[in-house]
Design a binder for this molecule. Structure first.
Ligand code: IDP
Ligand code: MG
Length: 169
């Protein structure tokens, strides 16, 4: 019930997801799915202590992808990026936890895998910027926009996480 009220509040005012309730949108891109990296990527987010609230395999439409990457529409690689992202299914996820947006980005590594440190997902599993296996929201505002673009509110699940007391002091 508390969860439901918080969800409605957060969706209306776009402010409720702060602190340990911060949410981020993460997607395993088509190359990550083809290369069987889904389990490994989920494992990293689970083991970090994040709480899974949404997960689905999606063949994204061109219109969804164009909306998702709207800010990059003038970049020379935009059409190639849309082709890449629609070349197969992606695994769309919403993860929740303290500083979820910033910490997920650090777990991903830099946009260009060549600049990504070993130990990050892009640092460990890919070589080229055009095949960098994973997406993660770059700000709390982007996360809210992307979550509402990719998920209907009823696809996000509130559930009691028994490990919370061992993750948060
Ligand atoms: P991000 O994914 O690290 O947030 P953005 O700059 O938002 O990076 O770019 C979105 C995606 O566009 C990247 O993840 C990558 O797949 C692709 N991309 C970015 N820069 C280039 C480029 O110079 N060439 C080809 N693809 C690029
Ligand atoms: Mg980005």
């Amino acid at each position: 019930m508390i969860c439901l009220v918080l969800t409605i509040f957060a969706n209306i005012f776009q402010t409720g997801w702060t602190g340990a309730n911060e949410r981020t949108f993460v997607a395993v891109k088509p190359d990550g799915v083809q290369r069987r990296l889904v389990g490994e990527i989920i494992r990293r987010f689970e083991r970090k202590g994040f709480h899974l609230v949404g997960l689905k395999l999606v063949q994204a439409s061109e219109s969804l992808l164009k909306a998702h990457y709207w800010e990059l529409r003038d970049k020379p690689f935009f059409n190639g990026l849309i082709r890449y992202m629609s070349s197969g299914p992606v695994v769309a996820m919403v993860w929740q936890g303290l500083d979820a947006v910033k910490t997920a980005r650090r777990m991903l590594g830099e946009t260009n895998p060549a600049d990504s440190l070993p130990g990050t997902i892009r640092g460990d599993y890919c070589l080229e910027v055009g095949r960098n296996v994973i997406h993660g929201s770059d700000s709390v505002e982007s996360a809210q926009r992307e979550i509402s673009l990719w998920f209907q509110s009823q696809e996000l699940t509130c559930w009691e996480d028994c490990s919370q007391h061992w993750i948060y002091a």
